[in-house]
Design a protein around this ligand. Structure first.
Ligand SMILES: [Zn+2]
Length: 344
């Protein structure tokens, strides 16, 4: 049997890599150099090795809106925006997608003397807490910036992920999906919920599916709906204590995230989810490690489609190593597709 025949024999698997490309969203933002550019250089070497194209980068456009404003006031240097634009160009030329990602609490971000930002005012963390005028401006400017970066010369801007998974209620987003011709949403994480003074989402009663159509409610399938949901994969966490210990060990031995900021630590609010689901976590390169690697391989066996949700700022040398190991196994045993548009 020739090599080509062997590869035709292999079963197909869709591995969709999605990234929330952003700074840290709490006490200290960190820098684009460490949170975006450096981790991408590590990702890029793995992408090249396994011919991965069409990875999805949800770029935090609310950060860029804020940066634009401060450039006009002279507080931030123009060359920072130029560097981000060059980086986006590189992602596009490498064959990846760039779509908007919205964290409205950038509206209240405070610029510190060291050039970093403080984002601890969570009053507008949820999109639903913005005024209708703010909503309109955020969307118009987000699309405008992506166009200015030349994204639409490479691909249609027709997909979205809400910051902090805050896509509910969808009625707040629907007018902008329609206005800007968006079709795909990547915000639903079946089985998971989160309720704090910042983020609020409840997908606990959603059953996992590779994709489904919807119209008004993002968690309810509507076969005639004009939008498509591509849910984030979740996995069973078999031994979370072992995972925690390993993470501690990795941290101590210098395998820390590339990013140089401090994330949001919002207070929890009492909340009863629609359904109690325990022992699950999202499938993410931020979390893949030697202790849970087997669970990821099991998922690959069980499902035709896996969607990873990762944050470049959260990656470390260990997660890059695990990603390589995962792709090496996957490419040996399956014929791989990385493009969400070809998930059927
Ligand atoms: Zn985000």
């Amino acid at each position: 049997m020739t090599k080509k025949e062997q590869s035709l024999d292999k079963e197909k698997r869709n591995i969709i890599f999605t990234f929330d490309h952003e700074l840290f969203l709490g006490e200290k933002s960190g820098t684009p150099e460490k949170c975006m550019f450096l981790p991408y250089s590590h990702l890029k070497s793995v992408f090249n090795e396994f011919s991965v194209e069409k990875a999805v980068f949800f770029l935090d456009t609310t950060y860029l809106i804020r940066l634009d404003k401060e450039i006009k006031s002279g507080l931030v240097a123009v060359n920072l925006m130029d560097k981000i634009q060059t980086h986006v160009r590189e992602l596009l030329e490498d064959g990846h997608y760039i779509f908007p990602h919205i964290h409205p609490h950038w509206l209240n971000a405070e610029l510190k003397e060291n050039g970093m930002w403080k984002l601890t005012n969570f009053s507008k963390y949820c999109f639903k807490n913005c005024s209708s005028e703010e909503m309109e401006v955020i969307w118009d400017k987000s699309i405008k910036i992506l166009n200015r970066f030349g994204v639409n010369d490479f691909h249609k801007i027709d997909a979205f992920r809400a910051g902090g998974w805050g896509i509910q209620p969808f009625k707040n987003f629907k007018p902008y999906f329609e206005k800007h011709s968006l079709v795909y949403d990547f915000s639903v994480m079946p089985g998971m919920h989160g309720y704090t003074e910042a983020q609020q989402f409840d997908f606990s009663d959603v059953e996992w599916k590779a994709q489904y159509s919807f119209s008004d409610v993002v968690t309810e399938e509507d076969k005639n709906g004009s939008f498509v949901e591509l849910p984030i994969s979740i996995r069973r966490t078999k031994d979370s204590l072992r995972e925690k210990l390993l993470l501690k060990y990795l941290w101590k031995t210098g395998n820390r995230s590339f990013g140089d900021g401090i994330g949001a630590v919002p207070n929890k609010i009492d909340y009863t989810p629609k359904k109690i689901v325990e022992g699950v976590d999202m499938v993410s390169l931020d979390l893949i490690n030697a202790a849970n690697f087997g669970e990821h391989l099991q998922l690959l066996k069980d499902r035709k489609t896996i969607q990873f949700l990762s944050h470049p700022k959260m990656l470390s040398k260990h997660s890059i190593k695990m990603m390589k190991k995962f792709l090496s196994y996957a490419s040996k045993h399956y014929s791989l597709n990385f493009d969400f548009r070809d998930v059927h």
